[in-house]
Design a protein around this ligand. Structure first.
Ligand code: MG
Length: 274
């Protein structure tokens, strides 16, 4: 073997040794893969926009509320009702009047439903609630309130623990339309959670062109999976859509029972993909 061949061999061996130690590089994406259906982006396309960063919050437990993610509108953090107004029957708007203490708000006697000042369309909503620990009355008279998306589309709040009422009116029902898939109620007085994804209806030319859809988790248990809503909440009547604004306030219903709420936050959703 010539001296030249020997040095070349040594160099190659050394290079191989260094290459084995060098960190493996991973491409951030590709520009030569096949196109996905639609022809806009390639599979693993390196030029496809990365999603915005959101710092997640913390989960809730009955003994303590969680924290909102960084891009949420915090509607009630346990201290004040600055994000809320009261609306009496007839549409008169008044200052908020529900009781605030110990980190929660409570429906006060003789007061109206409370609306957010902010308006929402497509939204992810987290809300925690507790029906009165002291069990009084029955059926719809026990721990009744409600979360009305856009002030119109109700997810029922009710004490449905060992309390028989009509299926499409129990806790987590799309009131007057669909019962929840299961009854995941905690006992009266205990804190419960709703995590809701709501797609607002779309209207054109005085007609509904896309109905509302809702997904609901109750205490982490699925109640509705992108269920198409029939229209706004009605009592003892079938419903239908009437055109309305693209964004409207959220409503918490006053129904004569001292139901409590805490840790309410909402994320405005952009459901289109780049
Ligand atoms: Mg109700």
């Amino acid at each position: 073997m010539s001296f030249r061949l020997l040095t070349a061999g040594l160099a190659a061996a050394l290079l191989a040794l260094f290459a084995a130690d060098a960190p493996k590089t991973y491409p951030t994406g590709y520009a030569d893969t096949e196109f996905l259906p639609g022809g806009k982006w390639r599979v693993h396309d390196d030029s496809r926009p990365r999603p915005p960063v959101v710092a997640p919050g913390t989960a809730s437990a009955p003994e303590r509320p969680g924290k909102a993610p960084s891009d949420a509108v915090v509607l009630f953090d346990g201290t004040d009702l600055s994000h809320w107004v009261q609306r009496k029957r007839g549409g008169v708007t008044l200052p908020p009047a529900w009781k605030v203490e110990n980190g929660y708000m409570e429906v006060a006697p003789g007061t109206g439903s409370h609306f957010t000042k902010e308006k929402f369309g497509d939204v992810q909503l987290h809300i925690e609630w507790a029906t009165p620990a002291k069990v009084e009355r029955s059926s719809q008279g026990r721990g009744n309130s409600g979360v009305l998306l856009m002030g119109l589309y109700e997810i029922q709040v009710l004490d449905s623990y060992d309390n028989v009422s009509y299926a499409d009116g129990q806790a987590g029902s799309i009131y007057g339309q669909y019962p929840p898939l299961v009854n995941a109620s905690r006992k009266p007085g205990e804190w419960q959670t709703y995590d809701i994804v709501f797609e607002a209806p779309r209207f054109a030319g005085g007609k509904v062109v896309k109905p509302a859809f809702v997904t609901v988790f109750h205490n982490g248990v699925l109640l509705h999976n992108r269920k198409e809503m029939m229209g706004p909440m009605r009592h003892k009547k079938a419903t239908k859509y009437d055109p309305h604004d693209a964004q409207l306030p959220l409503l918490l219903q006053a129904h004569g029972n001292p139901v409590r709420y805490r840790n309410i936050w909402a994320r405005r959703l952009n459901l289109t993909y780049p």
